[in-house]
Design a protein around this ligand. Sequence first.
Ligand SMILES: Nc1ncnc2c1ncn2[C@@H]1O[C@H](COP(=O)(O)OP(=O)(O)O)[C@@H](O)[C@H]1O
Ligand SMILES: [Mg+2]
Length: 257
Amino acid sequence: MLASQPFEALRSKKPMSDSVIQTHQNAGEVLALDGVSLTVNGKTLLHDISVHSEAQGTTLIMGANGAGKSLLMKCLHGLLTPTSGSIKLLNRPSHETRHQQAMVFQKPVLLRRTVMGNLTFAAPKTTPPEVLHEMLERVNLSGKDQQPARVLSGGEQQRLALARALLTRPKILFLDEPTASLDPASVLIIERLIQEATADGVKSIFISHDIGQAKRLADDVIFLHQGRVTEHTSAATFFTQPLTSQAQAYLAGDVVL
Ligand SMILES: Nc1ncnc2c1ncn2[C@@H]1O[C@H](COP(=O)(O)OP(=O)(O)O)[C@@H](O)[C@H]1O
Ligand SMILES: [Mg+2]
């Protein structure tokens, strides 16, 4: 567990019931994918993915390397266009919600500017300086605001990337293995910020191979195997009673990543 009591207190620790995971069309859906397939150069990489969910909080996408997690996230965020199928986010066609989305990649994507320059570029023009400084404090980068972003450590760069994403005040935050290979302190800061964002009503969609982290953050889990969604359940169910042999093997560490 994280030593972040204020956030823990804010966040509902009530396990999500499976009933909030819908398999049919529903009015309050956060995610609605119908028959999403992606074929690249004649090879089908995502097969007929349908997921319906009203779940708030954090959805984990899990699965072995090459399962199609990043491709699916890129389709959700509009960086790739599925060959067929439809994607709705927040009950609207996904392209209509693009300005409400932000994404953080495993390898931080930063501008060749100072730390503060990266923040002011991303934040809405009307953002008061104290909000920018408060954000720097939250990611533990106070005092580094005039440093070039490229001289920061990997963990610092990723914290800056997340700060920048949060300053755009997204309703949906996509995170593709944001903490893979980061130092533990950075991982803790990033997890805490995601939990705070959740408490503020931000929907997070998160890819991680770190099962401890997944248990700390996940409300529901989408499991991908060879480009197909093989299960989508509450986190409580996924981590205690995974349905498929592939998820069981993955959780048992039998899958070579
Ligand atoms: N642009 C591409 N062209 C062809 N194949 C790709 C492309 N991008 C990814 N792939 C393949 O699709 C599969 C899924 O990739 P990816 O979504 O990155 O997996 P992961 O679950 O590890 O994030 C992999 O086999 C990968 O090699
Ligand atoms: Mg990936």
